[in-house]
Ligand binder design. Structure first.
Ligand code: ARG
Length: 605
């Protein structure tokens, strides 16, 4: 209902200006125009919208707010454009204006959405790229549940922004550079030298174990340590053999990461930390030239404004270590600069978003501040850290396997699918249904992966969340299976002979002419369906996918109430076609909404 809200807002402003011409003109001139404070109604019995703008005017106008609201309401009631949208405004409480849309307007909005693949969501005209930095695991290290969260949240945000029409650059800022490669390459050269001469000679296999071995040797053996340090220098100097070894390690990791991305249907372009290597020195040089760099204890740093340590002194952001090396922050500064720089020297982004755990909040705050002070962020550009909480086990502690190891993502996804399969087989047995293996595999995979994604997306990302297979796979509550089941239910209506719009042809409108609704359950569903566009706009703005989840959950509940209490297939005439139209729009909204969360739906389950 974004379009309607926008129209109403304009009509309210005009009504306020007509009711109090002088004061309105003064307020306008002072750049503080009257604000109708239009918002969705806080309760359904108040109508669709409420406007609270009369209250703050009481003082400047020297009138009781109810009198002000009455004057505005009179102006509205004299505006034919307003009356085409709404019934007579009602005044409530100390001076709220309650606005109810005309039933035929609501029906027309539903009708308009039936033929609209965007379901009323306006496309943005802004063509400046949005850059999303997400997933970003580290080479030769475990891709852990934190990276999984970043991957799932980042992908959902990317899908929503893409759907809004923004060009989105999805970037995987993999940790593929740094001193750890010294020991990894040394270990590789010593343990599997054939890998460097013959293609595919060695399958590096489990890189995490490889990393552990290398680390153990590094910690225990001084000679190894010295070689590893030399190896870092060689790599940074571009030695071809070292680069080859580095490339092999990255390839192996990449294959492992890609297997997870493929399973979850995640598209992501890799641009790792190494990409920014050629730009690091310039970052430090330019910070120096800008007068921001201070050498403290041999290290190059920028002291942060407004951030102090325990001793009350400003905290530094270190950008060059005392040995001359660069770090994570230097790389992120180079990345920010590159991302905002206009092409061809950069990405020309207008908004850059980072999806990482909340533990990195101060890192990003520091990096953002320094980039801003260095003048690398264009006016009007947005730079946002999207933090999320920890994934915990049932015990409230960091998620671990029973033996105390970190959980491997592959195992986690396998288990979700296995449990979904077991649930499904149990249900089929109870219902005495017979399905073939292909059906069972497809449903179990879809439900299992959907459950993992949805559990991650549906909690407010800022809070920690407890990972529980049982909860995420439950058929009731705010879960993926519950939502998928609502879609299946509607598909079932079509199978039972309900025409969900197929026969209506190109316009997509249901057969049977104009829509008409009479039951409160129908109106509740209509109103819920029409909120979709505003929810998408909100996710675009606030980057909180759980808002979309809550909406889809609410919609499923309202749909189920409607379908349980109002006859659809047993109705006839316009009531039947209107109700089928609501079923179809519910299915379309759920499918699109879940699709934007990266969750495909099922026709049967
Ligand atoms: N590789 C980092 C990690 O595993 C995440 C990188 C996030 N992106 C960034 N531009 N710093 O924690």
């Amino acid at each position: 209902m974004l379009r309607l809200a926008h129209a109403l807002d304009g009509q309210l402003r005009a009504a306020m200006a007509r009711a109090f011409p002088e004061a309105a003109a003064q307020a306008q001139a002072a750049d503080r125009p009257f604000d109708p404070q239009l918002a969705p109604a806080s309760k359904p019995e108040f109508g669709d919208f409420q406007a609270n703008g009369a209250l703050p005017l009481a003082k400047p106008l020297g009138q009781p707010p109810r009198a002000i609201a009455t004057a505005i309401a009179e102006q509205l009631a004299a505006d034919p454009a307003f009356l085409a949208l709404c019934l007579e405004p009602q005044i409530a409480g100390p001076g709220f204006l309650n606005l109810s849309l005309r039933p035929e307007r609501l029906a027309a909005e539903v009708q308009a959405r039936l033929g609209d693949p965007r379901l009323g969501v306006p496309a943005t005209e802004d063509t400046t790229p949005v850059l999303l930095d997400f997933s970003s695991p580290n080479i030769a290290k475990e891709m852990h549940v934190g990276h999984l969260r970043s991957t799932i949240i980042g992908d959902a945000l990317a899908r929503v922004l893409e759907f809004r029409g923004h060009p989105v650059l999805r970037l995987n800022h993999v940790g593929d550079w740094g001193t750890q490669f010294g020991m990894l390459i040394t270990h590789l050269k010593q343990e599997a030298p054939e890998a460097l001469t013959t293609a595919d000679a060695v399958d590096l296999g489990d890189l995490v174990a490889f990393y552990r071995q290398a680390k153990a040797r590094f910690d225990a053996d001084e000679a190894f340590q010295a070689t590893a340090r030399e190896e870092v220098v060689k790599l940074q100097g571009g030695d071809p053999v070292s680069l080859k070894a580095w490339g092999l390690l990255c390839d192996q990791s990449r294959r492992e990461f890609q297997a997870i991305y493929d399973r979850l249907d995640i598209r992501l372009g890799e641009r790792g930390e190494s990409f920014y290597n050629p730009y690091l020195q310039a970052v430090v040089d330019d910070l120096r030239a800008a007068g921001l760099l201070v050498v403290d204890d041999g290290a190059g740093c920028v002291f942060l404004e407004g951030v102090s340590g325990k001793d009350g002194k400003p905290l530094p952001l270190i950008v060059q270590k005392s040995d001359g090396g660069f770090n994570y922050a230097t790389t992120d500064l180079a990345a920010i600069r590159y991302r905002f720089a206009p092409p061809p020297a950069g990405d020309g982004a207008g908004r850059v978003i980072y999806v990482t755990d909340a533990g990195q909040a101060s890192h990003f705050a520091g990096v953002f501040q320094v980039a801003r002070r260095a003048g690398w962020i264009p006016a009007g550009a947005r730079l946002e850290h999207v933090p999320f909480g920890l994934v915990q086990g049932d015990d409230g502690k960091k998620l671990k396997t029973r033996s105390g190891d970190t959980v491997r993502l592959k195992d986690l996804l396998d288990e979700a699918v296995e449990r979904a399969e077991a649930d499904l087989r149990r249900r089929l047995k109870e219902e005495e249904r017979h399905e073939d293996d292909a059906f069972i595999a497809h449903v179990a995979t879809t439900v299992g992966l959907a459950a993992v994604k949805y559990a991650d997306l549906s909690t407010n990302r800022i809070t920690n969340y407890q990972f529980s297979f049982e909860r995420m796979l439950a058929l009731t509550g705010n879960t993926a299976p519950y939502l998928l089941y609502a879609v299946v239910r509607i598909a079932g209506i079509a199978r039972k002979g309900g025409d969900l719009g197929g026969a209506a042809g190109a316009t997509g409108a249901p057969a049977g002419g104009d829509l008409s609704f009479s039951e409160p359950q129908e109106w509740a569903l209509v109103r819920e369906l029409l909120k979709f566009d505003a929810v998408i706009a909100e996710v675009d703005e606030e980057l909180l996918p759980n808002r979309l989840c809550s909406y889809l959950f609410e919609l499923s509940q309202v749909f189920n109430r409607f379908y349980d209490q109002v006859p659809v297939l047993r109705a006839d005439g316009p009531a039947r076609s209107s109700r089928l139209a609501l079923c179809r729009l519910s299915a379309d909204t759920l499918k699109l909404g879940l699709g934007l969360l990266g969750i495909p739906t099922l026709e049967r389950m």
